[in-house]
Design a protein around this ligand. Structure first.
Ligand code: GLC
Ligand code: CA
Length: 554
């Protein structure tokens, strides 16, 4: 397997607004990140990915970019960013930016120009069409906000927005737009940034003629852009820029097939991206999305993780994650709030020891959990509001019923301020926090976790450091055992003559876990566990709730 620095690193993901506030305005900022750089470094990670930190009207908290070459004034200045970049580099940490180019904000000057009419040189930067009679150009529905077309009476045309109205889609078929994207990439790479996470990058090419989609209430039309006709070509063009630098790129591709992901990431002259963010394993408690809940299925989690592990091996590379700013907290989903510490550790080992680059989302490392919001007005997120309208109008949900669902499914769960201490406002701000803080901050916070040798935080450190420079964990082959077991996840990693056996209980009651044939647990070294590692009998052990054991064999 081809050795690469990006395969060997671990990455910390920051959603700045809720990370740490340095000036008391209640909003997290770059000063806050700067003040925590040593903390981030102490986790053992090798890089930071920032969700968008560009100027934005916050319709989608930064995923609506108003200027690609500056910093959101709420977060600081471009100089603050350069300092931060420098300080991160001094600590041997790389910095990755979020490249959001499927759409811009409607407040980006390109769009304002574009609205002036067909004669404006920026008009074709966006996707404008005339209506059909008094109807929009086709039946597409947006992912965030009703229909996918917005009418602009001044020029009697509609623009396409796959997400919110304030996120008009760029017309990537226009070569000028692609040149702009490449310039933006160079702007940050020249500054010293080490790569990108590319937002919904697989949506950038739309089918010729924009045909009607299969009528569904959300994202109708998605089959016409989830892997559009020119996607590969455009990604190749962007790759040429990436290839001029020593950098890496991870692509986000909701609903992209595994086959396509492998093709995009396969090593060789046609490689387009270094990794793809998989969504398959994030639906083990939902049907396609968290908003259509079902009981957590370990078999679904395992089979999806194994599928990606096997398909990418020796071809591309996996992006390993369980949390980000788009998903509820994983302990509340796949683990147990009752066994928070135990399940938090087990989940950490379960994914970090797989083959791929681990991403850790802010707060995950201290085991933050979902929040309870009991008032619709306390939500901030455009997609949560969209779901509110859909569930009320189509399914006649009461507010109460919707709140119950949203508290489980909404991505707001990941966006509450990080808990730094048991002090007022969890030490996140001295002012009024922009968003509700989870009430459990007094017991779950960084300060407490630092003091407690058995904390989830220390366990993350241990795992990240164990992985560092460890060929077995980084490059070893993955194989799953006992696939039909509905309560335990067992897999091995092999590299040369070494083997790692990872055994995880997903049960809240004790259960027996047996080592796979060919293993003798007595001969292995128990190197990582979240309990005291009680006795083995007949090559099996009585696993306590959410116990994980990792054995090393030489
Ligand atoms: C991606 C981002 C998400 C954002 C959406 C639209 O899925 O992760 O937060 O809302 O794209 O840009
Ligand atoms: Ca601030």
């Amino acid at each position: 397997m081809n050795r690469k620095w990006y395969k060997e690193m671990s990455v910390y993901h920051i959603w700045t607004r809720s990370f740490c506030d340095s000036n008391g305005d209640g909003i997290g900022d770059l000063g806050g990140v700067m003040s925590k750089l040593d903390y981030i470094k102490s986790l053992g990670v090798d890089g930071i990915w920032f969700s968008p930190i560009y100027p934005t009207p916050n319709a989608d908290y930064g995923y609506d970019v108003a200027d690609y070459r500056d910093i959101n004034p709420e977060f600081g200045t471009l100089d603050d960013f350069k300092k931060l970049l420098d300080e991160a580099h001094k600590r041997d940490m790389k910095v990755f930016m979020d490249l959001v180019v499927n759409h811009t904000s409607d407040e980006h000057w390109w769009f304002k120009e574009s609205c002036k009419g067909p004669d404006n040189p920026y008009h074709d930067y966006y996707i404008w069409r005339e209506g059909k009679g008094d109807k929009p150009p086709n039946n597409w529905k947006s992912i965030f906000e009703g229909g996918a077309w917005e009418y602009v009476p001044e020029i009697n045309k509609y623009y396409l927005h796959l997400f919110a109205k304030k996120q008009p889609d760029l017309n990537m078929d226009n070569p000028k737009v692609r040149e702009e994207v490449k310039d933006i990439m160079r702007f940050w790479l020249d500054m010293g940034v080490d790569g990108f996470r590319e937002d919904v990058i697989t949506f950038i090419s739309k089918a010729e003629g924009l045909p009607d989609g299969i009528p569904i209430p959300v994202a109708c039309g998605i089959e016409h852009y989830l892997h559009g006709p020119h996607l590969g070509e455009y990604l190749d063009e962007f790759r040429e820029v990436l290839n001029e630098y020593d950098c890496f790129a991870v692509g986000e591709g909701p609903m992209l097939s595994l086959k396509d992901a492998v093709e995009f990431c396969s090593e060789g002259p046609n490689k387009k991206l270094d990794m793809m963010i998989s969504f398959d394993h994030m639906n083990a408690d939902g049907l396609l999305v968290e908003w259509i809940p079902r009981p957590f299925s370990l078999k679904s989690l395992k089979s999806n993780m194994s599928k990606w592990q096997e398909a990418m091996y020796d071809k591309g590379w996996n992006c390993l994650y369980l949390e980000n700013h788009d998903h509820p907290r994983v302990i509340s989903r796949y683990g147990s709030e009752k066994f928070r510490v135990e399940s938090g550790k087990m989940l950490a080992a379960m994914y970090i020891l797989q083959c791929g680059t681990p991403f850790i989302y802010q707060g995950q490392e201290i085991g933050m959990t979902n929040i309870i919001i009991d008032n619709i007005d306390d939500f901030k997120d455009v997609s949560t509001f969209n779901n509110y309208r859909l569930f009320k109008n189509l399914l006649k949900f009461s507010d109460e019923r919707f709140l119950k669902l949203a508290n489980r499914a909404s991505r707001e769960n990941a966006r509450t301020p990080v808990h730094w201490s048991a002090e007022k406002n969890a030490g996140f701000t001295t002012g009024e926090p922009w968003f509700k803080i989870n009430e459990n901050y007094e017991s779950i916070n960084v300060e407490q976790a630092e003091k407690d040798p058995n904390s989830i935080l220390h366990f993350y450190r241990k795992l990240i450091n164990f992985r560092k420079g460890n060929d077995l964990v980084i490059y070893g082959r993955y194989k799953e055992y006992d696939k039909n077991n509905r309560r335990a996840y067992i897999y091995e990693r092999t590299y040369k003559n070494e083997r790692l056996l990872v055994m995880c209980s997903f049960a809240s009651r004790p259960m027996t876990i047996k080592a796979p044939a060919g293993y003798n647990l007595e001969k292995g070294e128990l190197i990582i566990t979240n309990y005291d590692g009680a006795t083995i009998k007949d090559n099996a052990f009585k696993a306590k709730p959410y116990e994980v054991r990792v054995y090393h064999f030489k």
